[in-house]
Write a protein that binds this ligand. Structure first.
Ligand code: SF4
Length: 637
């Protein structure tokens, strides 16, 4: 009997309605763990290359992992994966909340969904049983009322519901999936894949108690971790301000994305900061399953044009949203940003991509490429909160004209508009840039460029975490990284750091571990994480074995993309990031083209990939026990 996981994966064919349970065996679980590892394993085995991501041929995977559901802080996340409609590449997004553990309690570790339902449907998984139910009455509803109706229909208030709103139904290419109305699988358009399958929601409920290998020791470890979290300064800050605590420090460092990445300094930063949120609209802190950090925000704007819904049920903006709907657009109105955040959760739009799409439109407006004739008379200028809020609605509803255009993402929008607008479309592989300017932390530039999902800020820690001696350095010492490295240094030391640390970050995604409990916040050290996995699963595992899972997962995503035609030409940055920042602490600083290309070559070589196109060597595939994938890439060498 497995400890920590069920050993069962649910398969659902929406076209035929057939369902079955698969038991892949311990070797598969130990080789891939869950999350991104398990999802990329199944996608590579079963998804045909070249398919349309919005067709019935796409495969949608909800994957928990071998440890989620254990009663310990920060081990709660789950992955939704498929071929991305935004990038055409590997698509994956993680979310916290309660849905992942609940799936485990319902008796399954993952759900693999194929085909397309004839009519709007939702999936109900309840204590080892599953059924496909009609969603015709809830299709078209925003997430709040849809979740309520599903719970009423099932007569199960405690059902955890991962669902889409109109953004997903309307196939906005960056539609997200939301659970509990506020925990979001944000990136790469997994909500659009649900919409394309006529799948409104996956509701789960379970009462199974997961068996742990050593429950006594786990209880002790959980108690210790909770105590550590209560004394750990970074966790105290997260509890008080959430990730919104980053707005002011990043602005002071000159890397708060502002004016569509033209500068890293925003004069209105304090007005949209965590401090301001605490002083005005914050109503409380919320949490994910079993986590004492409670870093999630609950905000309420009680009146005025940006009044939010009752009982702050859609949460509150985190740092990324304060950037994408705030500083990026030069908007210093915290109430409007909170409204924008709520709308994105009601409609299921990724706030990062939505903000960057609106920033693109604002710059086009500034340059006269689009005019008030395109914006229904609204001044679509930087700093106008009305344009941001309207923009979100138009995108989600694919309103003919600007909304429909921006709903396909900035890469496609710029290709359609032309007139030089490509310069303002800030994306990598089609995915819009997150709210961290890599001109001030250049290892992040490599992380953005090499990421299989397009620009993504959680593929590895940011350089600023490891530029000074101190506790962060001690935390990565078990990897043999012993020297601090300046945030703006490019070269071999940075290539080595990124190569190793991306394995750890990839491991977190396969294990559902939260970055705000493990690194880069580090209440939980790497050594302790290994102990947690041993205690839950009973495996005599090691940091070496777990890092290899991280490396295997990164390599599988690479092969997925190579198979789809991606290569070195796609591992690049938007031209704007090579240009100097216009103001702030790093005024005049850009990324050097030649140094960046050399760093990319070093990274490929460090990975055991050929430097020409980043194709893994046969030896590397053999070493990772991935030789079965050689057939997909041998012609690319
Ligand atoms: S630290 Fe925050 S995001 Fe992470 S599990 Fe805890 S409450 Fe959720």
């Amino acid at each position: 009997m497995p400890y920590g996981y069920n050993g069962k994966i649910l398969r659902v064919d929406l076209t035929t309605g057939a369902m079955k349970t698969e038991e892949p065996g311990e070797i598969v679980y130990r080789t891939y763990l869950g999350g991104g590892g398990l999802a990329s394993y199944y996608l590579l085995r079963e998804l045909k290359p070249g398919i349309d991501p919005l067709s019935a041929d796409n495969i949608l995977i909800f994957a928990s992992n071998v440890i989620s559901g254990a009663p310990i802080a920060g081990m709660t996340r789950f992955t939704v994966a498929a071929k991305s409609p935004l990038t055409g590449a590997y698509g994956e997004a993680e979310a916290g909340g309660f849905w992942g553990p609940e799936l485990k309690f319902a008796g399954f570790d993952a759900v693999i969904i194929t085909g397309k339902a004839e009519k709007p449907s939702y999936l109900w998984i309840n204590d080892g049983k599953a059924e496909i139910r009609s969603a015709e009455k809830i299709w078209g509803l925003e997430t709040g009322p849809a979740q309520e109706m599903i719970r009423e229909e099932l007569r199960e208030k405690r059902a955890r519901v991962a669902l889409i709103g109109p953004g997903g139904e309307n196939l906005v290419r960056y539609a997200c999936v939301v659970n509990e109305l506020k925990h979001v699988n944000g990136r790469t358009g997994m909500g659009a894949v649900m919409g394309s399958k006529n799948l409104k929601a996956v509701a789960v409920r379970g009462t199974k108690k997961m068996e742990m290998h050593d429950p006594e020791k786990l209880r002790e470890m959980s108690k210790n971790l909770t105590e550590l979290i209560s004394q750990h300064d970074p966790n105290k800050v997260l509890h008080k301000m959430g990730t919104s605590n980053l707005v002011v420090p990043l602005n002071n460092q000159g890397i708060l994305p502002t004016h569509n990445f033209r500068t890293g300094f925003f004069a209105g930063a304090e007005k949209i900061s965590g401090e301001q949120m605490v002083a005005t609209i914050l109503k409380g802190e919320e949490s994910c399953y079993a986590c004492s950090v409670r870093c999630k925000r609950a905000v309420e704007v009680s009146s005025g044009p940006y009044a939010t819904s009752e009982k702050h049920k859609y949460g509150g903006p985190e740092y990324e949203t304060l950037g994408s709907l705030g500083s990026l657009l030069c908007i210093d109105d915290l109430e409007a940003i909170s409204k924008g955040n709520e709308l994105c959760n009601r409609y299921t739009l990724d706030t990062i991509s939505a903000g960057v799409a609106i920033g693109f439109a604002m710059e086009c407006y500034e340059k006269g490429i689009i005019t008030q004739a395109d914006t229904e008379g609204i001044e679509f200028r930087f700093g106008n909160p009305e344009a941001m809020v309207k923009g979100i609605e138009w995108i989600a509803l694919r309103r003919p004209g600007l909304g429909d255009l921006l709903a396909d993402g900035v890469k496609i929008a710029a290709a359609r508009i032309g007139k030089g607008s490509e310069k303002f479309s800030l994306h990598i592989k089609g995915q819009e840039l997150p709210m961290h300017d890599p001109r001030g932390k250049v290892g992040l530039a490599l992380s953005y460029a090499a990421s299989p999902t397009g620009a993504d800020h959680v593929r590895a820690p940011h350089d600023t975490a490891f530029q000074a001696p101190g506790s962060n350095m001690e935390r990565i010492a078990p990897l043999g990284i012993l020297e601090p490295i300046p945030a703006r240094e490019l070269g071999p030391r940075k290539a080595r750091n990124f190569t190793y640390l991306q394995f750890i970050w990839s491991l977190y995604e396969s294990l559902g571990v939260c970055n705000f409990v493990a690194g880069p916040v580090w209440a939980l050290s790497l050594t302790r994480l290994v102990e947690v996995v041993q205690t839950i699963t009973g495996w005599e595992t090691s940091l070496w074995e777990l890092m290899k899972v991280g490396e295997r997962t990164v390599t599988m995503a690479r092969i997925f993309n190579l198979r789809e035609g991606f290569g070195r030409k796609d591992d690049t940055l938007p031209e704007r990031l090579f240009e100097p920042l216009e103001s702030g602490a790093l005024q005049g600083v850009g990324i050097d083209h030649g140094e960046f290309e050399d760093l990319l070559t070093l990274y490929y070589e460090a990975m055991g990939w050929d430097p020409k196109d980043g194709v893994p060597t046969r030896g590397k595939l053999a070493e990772l026990n991935l030789y079965w994938l050689d057939e997909f890439v041998k012609d690319r060498r």
